[in-house]
Each structure stands twice: as C-alpha cells, then as structure tokens.
Design a binder for this molecule. Structure first.
Ligand code: ZN
Length: 121
C-alpha cells in the first residue's frame, strides 16, 4: 500500500506543478505581447531595427548572401538584450560586419556605422 500512496502523493505533486506552470505560461503570454524594445539597445548598434515582425539586423539583411540564416533576418520576436548580444556575437553577424566594413572602405563618408574599433569590442 505504501507504494500506492507514494504514487498518489507524487501524482498530486505533479498536478500542482502543472497548475503552477500554467499560471507561469499565462503571465509569459501576457508579457510576451508587450513591446519591450528599448531604443538604448540600438544606440550603439545602428544595424538593429525593430518592427512588428520583430527585431532585425540591417547588416545581416544587406549581406544575407554571405551570412548564415538567423532569426534577425526574418525578425527576432524575443525582444531581449540577451538575444541581441547573442546575435552580435554570432559568426554570421560578425561575417556581415566584416563584409560591410570591406564594402564601405571605398566611401566611409556615407556609412552611419560607428568606428571599426567600437565594433570589435
Ligand atoms: Zn546581424
């Protein structure tokens, strides 16, 4: 019988966790719809754009032939600084930065990019 009780209490515990998780999901759903993009994120990142479909990267879009597919090409809906930093450090984005620097070498005056040194930090 002990085994059965253990099973039952374990079952109840599971149910409780499920309810808690559902409540969490609901809060998540609610907060997810709130636009939390902060302009300060784009301050040092002229390539970062935010739209209805999510955050996009101008550099990766401009040089998408040379970079691997990533969510910032289509729109990253997880508007978190974490996602931006992850993208910023991704190989694909670094490659796009590299291509952009090389293609802008001819006419630096027209680019709105910050100095190369700040890009490499
Ligand atoms: Zn990018």
């Amino acid at each position: 019988m002990d085994g059965a009780w253990a099973f039952l209490s374990g079952y109840n515990k599971k149910g409780e966790n499920k309810t808690k998780k559902r409540a969490y999901d609901q809060t998540y759903e609610k907060t997810k719809r709130v636009r939390t993009f902060k302009d300060s994120w784009a301050k040092d990142r002229p390539w970062l754009k935010d739209s209805e479909r999510g955050m996009t990267c101008d550099l990766c879009i401009r040089h998408q032939k040379g970079v691997s597919k990533n969510t910032f090409l289509t729109g990253c809906t997880a508007r978190k600084l974490d996602s931006i930093i992850k993208h910023e450090n991704s190989e694909g984005h670094k490659r796009a930065v590299e291509i952009d620097i090389n293609s802008n070498k001819a006419c630096v005056c027209e680019t709105r990019m910050p100095p190369v040194a700040s890009l490499l930090v």
